[in-house]
Design a protein around this ligand. Structure first.
Ligand code: SAM
Length: 309
């Protein structure tokens, strides 16, 4: 949704922006070109591969106004403070989820289309936490926890069946490859419910990726920090791909835009809450038909924008 992101961020010569999710650097480069030498972009990514690739692209394109930070955007405030002290920004963008490069990476098992190691981590910091690898989740988590993530993060109807089959399977052998998991999922969903359009493993893989990377928690932690880092008038643009993420963004914007957050039953206001945001997109912005035609993955993108007051 590059066109829409640029339209709302409206980067001008000399301004400064944060891109929380560098990925293939498409958004970062477009913003960096618009703000020119007197402005700049600070771009985060958990993934060293994304950082290294982007550095090469910046060099090849003579882009020298981008500072990259290989960290989790949940640490936004502290990372910015370390490098830029109390600097404020004209806009912050977040393009959630995974990049195409991560999906295609043979060392990772984010895609269910090839047989790969079952590792869906966005970055090495996550792999260091042994209790939170995809392999650990699949092989060690209890049935209830697996069922819950398949239901909540994957919106998978056959969550219980799949969780049960995983538990049965791992009594015989450890699940270490994506192919094993795909087979288990196929066996757990009755044939008549297996859609021809959507691969049966789509939802479970999405759920495991979200759980491995703590994606919901990261988003919840980052949103209030973004508001603090903006100048008044600065924009916050969030592109999400999951209804759960979109609901979190929608609720956060709504809360921050309210001037009173007292319970509805309170006769008078006692909270003294001041609104911090103005909601710019009353409804979600969806990708254009043309974008969906050129890139099918964009079809579930949802964008929301707010402005710091
Ligand atoms: C959808 S891609 C971004 C694509 C990018 N807008 C572009 O133009 O190519 C999302 C990127 O965000 C990164 N990411 C996801 N969660 C993150 C987090 N909590 N902190 C930092 N980076 C994160 C992923 O590693 C991935 O590279």
């Amino acid at each position: 949704m590059l066109r829409e992101v640029l339209e709302y961020l409206n980067p001008q010569e000399g301004q400064f922006f944060i891109d929380c999710t560098l990925g293939g650097a498409g958004y970062t480069i477009a913003i960096a070109k618009r703000v020119g030498k007197n402005g700049g972009v600070v771009s985060f990514d958990l993934d060293k591969m994304a950082i290294d690739n982007a550095k090469k692209v910046f060099k090849d394109n003579d882009i020298d106004n981008v500072e990259v930070i290989n960290d989790n955007f949940k640490n936004l405030e502290i990372c910015i403070k370390e490098k830029f002290d109390d600097k404020k920004f004209d806009g912050v963008v977040m393009d959630l989820g995974m990049s195409s490069a991560q999906l295609d990476d043979v060392k990772r098992g984010i895609s269910f289309l090839e047989d790969r190691p079952i590792d869906m981590a966005f970055g090495e910091q996550l792999i260091k936490n042994r209790r939170h690898t995809t392999e650990f989740i699949v092989n060690e988590w209890k049935i209830g926890s697996l069922e819950r993530i398949f239901k909540i993060y994957g919106e998978e109807k056959f969550a219980r069946n799949i969780a049960k089959k995983i538990i049965e399977h791992r009594k015989d052998e450890r699940i270490t490859r994506t192919k094993q998991l795909v087979e288990i999922i196929k066996q757990s969903i009755p044939k008549k419910f297996q859609s021809k359009k959507i691969h049966p493993a789509t939802k479970v893989f999405q759920a495991l990726r979200i759980a491995t990377n703590n994606e919901i928690e990261n988003l919840e932690k980052a949103l209030p920090q973004i508001v603090k880092l903006l100048y008044p008038g600065g924009k916050i643009v969030i592109v999400s791909f999951h209804s759960l993420e979109d609901r979190i963004v929608k609720r956060f914007f709504k809360e921050e835009a309210r001037d009173c957050i007292c319970p509805k039953t309170a006769p008078v206001c006692v909270c003294n809450h001041e609104p911090n945001l103005k909601i710019i997109t009353k409804k979600i912005v969806l990708p254009s038909d043309e974008e969906i035609k050129n890139n099918l993955k964009a079809r579930s993108a949802k964008m929301r924008v707010a402005e710091k007051l």
